[in-house]
Design a protein around this ligand. Structure first.
Ligand code: GRF
Length: 214
């Protein structure tokens, strides 16, 4: 069974989707630790409620990015993690950390990458007038919101959408595709081939769901 560490900074609703999938028996992994760089966040409460070991590693307590990441790395190894999920973790990671966890480190981002990297994705998608946005689960590379794409879901944008209404529909898709992407990996069906991901099995091509705006 894959032993997964989850990195968070806040609300932790994506963490919750992974916990729920594990509890429902549809995600054959063990979450061995939840690490937050921010104290007192809801994600830590979610971990606690699920009986998952959790800890705060505050990036402000370290001399620099590397020292912080070394502490995170040590905590992951200490917990016996062999795979890492970023779930709303709001720190950029250095090449060193990404290299240590290469192809064992994934992230979820609320846009159809490579469009709208960075923050305020929903606001920017509405302003750009794109008709579809969505979310992406991808392997992490040193550049921000970059790396081989595992699963995406598309969400149409309506004329009356606000960043908030759009975020809610995209978030529902995030909660569907993050456990799905992790399950595909846990089942050994995901292979990185250069910049692309190859997913074995007939199920993979049909995983795109388009949710019409309400
Ligand atoms: C999500 O929208 C995720 O895609 C982005 O940050 C947000 C985290 O939300 N990276 P939560 O903490 O999982 O609720």
């Amino acid at each position: 069974m894959m032993r997964v560490g989850v990195l968070i900074s806040g609300r932790g609703s994506n963490l919750q989707s992974l916990i729920d999938a594990c509890q429902a028996g549809s995600l054959p992994i063990e979450i061995v630790t939840v690490i937050s760089n921010v104290a007192g966040v809801q994600g830590l409460e979610r971990a606690e409620a699920a009986g998952i070991s959790n800890q705060v590693i505050d990036h402000r307590g370290f001399g620099g990015r590397e020292a912080f990441e070394d502490a995170v790395n040590d905590a992951l190894l200490e917990a016996g993690a062999d795979f890492v999920c970023m779930a709303g973790f709001m720190r950029l990671l250095t090449d060193g950390f990404v290299g240590k966890w290469l192809d064992r480190l994934i992230n979820i981002h609320p846009s159809l990458l490579p469009a709208f990297k960075g923050l305020d994705t929903h606001q920017r998608a509405i302003e750009a007038g794109v008709r579809f946005t969505g979310c992406t689960v991808h392997f992490v590379r040193p550049a921000m919101d970059d790396g081989p794409i595992i699963v995406q879901a598309a969400v149409p944008i309506a004329g009356h959408d606000t960043p908030e209404t759009l975020a809610a529909r995209v978030l529902a898709e995030e909660h569907r595709i993050y456990p799905l992407a992790l399950r595909l990996i846990a089942e050994g069906r995901v292979r990185v081939d250069g910049a692309r991901v190859i997913v074995d099995g007939a199920e993979a091509p049909s995983e795109v769901l388009i949710n019409p705006p309400g």
